[in-house]
Design a protein around this ligand. Structure first.
Ligand SMILES: [Zn+2]
Length: 397
């Protein structure tokens, strides 16, 4: 790759050639321009050129890269930046899903599990066919604390509902008041069982509002329909604060927090179901999978154990596949991404690493080096910004 006259940020007209299919380490004091050269010039230009191959519409929804300040850049290949940005994603994104290990695990279970499941989708908590119906594959359910929501020592006239939209004289409070079901001065604690049930649980009734018919719903019904069905981060902040006092998230009892429906949990190999596998440390899981002895599945078993061994070799053997990716540190995220790319069948790529040894135990640095070397040996160009002498030592250039 030829870089001529690079001037991005603090670079002073830098020109250099970088060999392909080799490991090149960029090192130097902070502020010397390593990142400006590697990320802001080489990787940025590669990604900009790739973006230009998409239609205008696709380009408009993708991040845009300005052309880096340089006289010329030639012979670039497609760049993948493996940085320490945390792996975001919602709670459906786990170590197992981002490394594709779950897909392989499910295929093995679909073929070998003792209770037959005819489709591997039945084993996925991200697939409606496989997810626990009660928590929709989240492993958690929302519980409403009724005593946080209402103050039983108050009557309707005293505003017993601790949620702003049901304040006295509000529209929603008015529906309770005009329903004719309640004595507005009676303390909630004195309600008969029938009144209490109507107050909380009546699914639907028509209430006359002058000439209009309004739908009455019991408080819990309405609260659930309005506030539990939507993602709570879409809630207005002032409601959110109150909501968090009233609603707690607890492990789902139906699936024991495993996110999976019955058929998946009943599907076992050597006594373990797929949820047991997701809870194991990947180092132990690799040993368990290795013991599966079935000639038809040998290639799948080999690729899954290789993927899990890669996680272990890079010092992540303590993670489980069920661990949510958003809870990983920056260093852990970067190494998980590295394992994902090692499993990729793309070659001739340029991988760009930002201080990959950060957060790594000194004993594990040689393992990091092995992974970098394997990426290179698969026919990729590896660029590393790094300070640690042990990593610098493996540079080809
Ligand atoms: Zn569940």
């Amino acid at each position: 790759m030829e870089v001529r006259g690079a001037r991005e940020n603090n670079l002073k007209n830098v020109s250099l050639d970088i060999p392909k299919k080799k490991i090149t380490v960029f090192t130097g004091v902070s502020g010397s321009g390593k990142s400006s050269l590697v990320f802001d010039t080489i990787a940025a230009e590669s990604q900009r050129l790739i973006n230009e191959t998409y239609t205008t519409f696709i380009q408009s929804i993708m991040p845009s890269f300005a052309q880096p300040d340089a006289d010329s850049l030639a012979n670039l290949s497609a760049a993948i930046v493996v940085d320490q940005k945390r792996l975001g994603g919602n709670s459906r994104s786990t170590v197992g899903t981002v490394t594709d290990s779950f897909t392989m695990l499910r295929l093995i279970y679909a073929r070998l599990g003792e209770a037959a499941v005819d489709h591997s989708g039945l084993l996925s908590f991200n697939d409606p066919r496989g997810m626990c119906p009660d928590c929709e594959g989240l492993g958690l359910v929302s519980k409403i604390n009724v005593d946080a929501l209402v103050d039983r020592t108050k009557s309707l006239n005293e505003g017993p509902i601790n949620f702003p939209v049901w304040a006295v004289n509000s529209f929603d409070w008015d529906i309770f008041a005009r329903s004719g079901f309640f004595d507005l001065d009676k303390k909630l604690a004195d309600y008969t069982e029938a009144e209490w049930d109507k107050f909380l649980n009546l699914p639907e009734a028509k209430v006359k509002f002058g000439k209009y018919n309004i739908t009455y719903e019991g408080l819990l019904w309405k609260f659930k329909r309005r506030y539990l069905s939507k993602e709570s981060d879409q809630m207005q902040p002032h409601l959110r604060v109150v909501f968090d006092r009233i609603v707690s998230r607890e492990p789902c009892e139906s699936c024991g927090g495993t996110r999976l429906g019955r058929p998946a949990l009943e599907c076992r190999i050597n006594g373990k179901n797929i949820a047991d596998c997701a809870a194991m440390e990947v180092a132990d899981l690799a040993d368990f999978i290795r013991k599966i002895d079935d000639p038809k599945l040998a290639p799948m078993v080999a690729s899954l154990t290789a993927r899990l061994d890669n996680l272990t070799h890079i010092g992540l053997g303590y993670l489980s596949l069920g661990r949510e990716s958003s809870s990983l540190s920056g260093g852990e995220s970067q190494r998980v991404k590295m394992v994902r790319h090692l499993g990729s069948s793309l070659t001739d790529m340029t991988y760009v690493f930002d201080e990959p040894s950060v957060g790594l135990h000194p004993h594990d640095v040689h393992r990091l080096n092995e992974l970098l070397q394997r990426l290179r040996d698969k026919g990729n160009t590896v660029l590393v910004v790094e300070h640690k002498p042990d990593v610098i030592a493996i540079a080809d250039h």
